[in-house]
Each structure stands twice: as C-alpha cells, then as structure tokens.
Design a protein around this ligand. Structure first.
Ligand code: FES
Length: 124
C-alpha cells in the first residue's frame, strides 16, 4: 500500500493588509490564532495525517471573513470562530455533514465558471 492521500484539505486565508488599506483583510488580531487552533484541533482528534490544513493567501471573500475552504466539496465557511471550527471538524470532517448554518451566503459563493467559459467571456 502506498502513502495515502489526505481525505480533506482545509484552506484558511492568512493574508494581512496594512492598516488603512482600502480592501480590508480577514486577518485581524482576533483571527490570527484561528489557524493554530484548527491545527491543534486536528491533532487532538488524531486526524492530522488525513486532514491537511493549509495557510493560504486571500480567498477573495474578505467581506465574510475570516473564511475557511474545505476540499473536496468547495465548501466555504464564513465568519470563522474557534467555536465554529470545533463544530465544522466534528460535524463535517468527522461526521460527513456540512454545517449549513456556517456556510457563506449563496450570493457570495455562486457556481464556478470553468476556465474554458471564462476565456469565451473574455473573447479569447
Ligand atoms: S484575507 Fe481572507 S478572504 Fe481575503
């Protein structure tokens, strides 16, 4: 048997913007420790080797941030807190059920446009 793939990847945006920038960032002093909290929770639950947490740059949904994207599934959770992380791990990652009440608003997370369709829209 080979090295197993992770069952899930969890992307947590970690891009900070300097004070005064027109585009606010998800990363605030209050949200800075959420990634560490997520990683700690995965370790405590003994699933770190099959759930891969990843710090990423802006996921372009700062307005609903801090956000966290779970793959596979394109599941985007909004306005993250430690309490929400606990429930997302327990119900979604361990239980297999998306936590609907924590999802980003549908109008901020519409269906994806394929790269091919995007090129057509741009006249390429
Ligand atoms: S910095 Fe988090 S979505 Fe932009």
């Amino acid at each position: 048997m080979g090295l197993p793939q992770p069952a899930y990847y969890i992307f947590k945006c970690e891009q900070s913007a300097p004070p005064g920038m027109p585009k606010p960032s998800c990363v605030t002093p209050e949200s800075q420790e959420l990634f560490q909290y997520l990683a700690q929770k995965l370790m405590t639950d003994g699933v770190m080797s099959t759930v891969q947490p990843i710090r990423t740059s802006c996921l372009n949904r700062c307005i609903a941030g801090p956000v966290m994207l779970v793959e596979p599934g394109h599941t985007m959770y909004a306005r993250l807190t430690k309490e929400k992380i606990d429930r997302i791990i327990e119900e979604h990652i361990l239980g297999g059920n998306v936590v609907e009440e924590f999802l980003i608003e549908a109008e901020l997370w519409d269906d994806a446009i394929t790269p091919c369709e995007m090129q057509k829209q741009m006249g390429m």
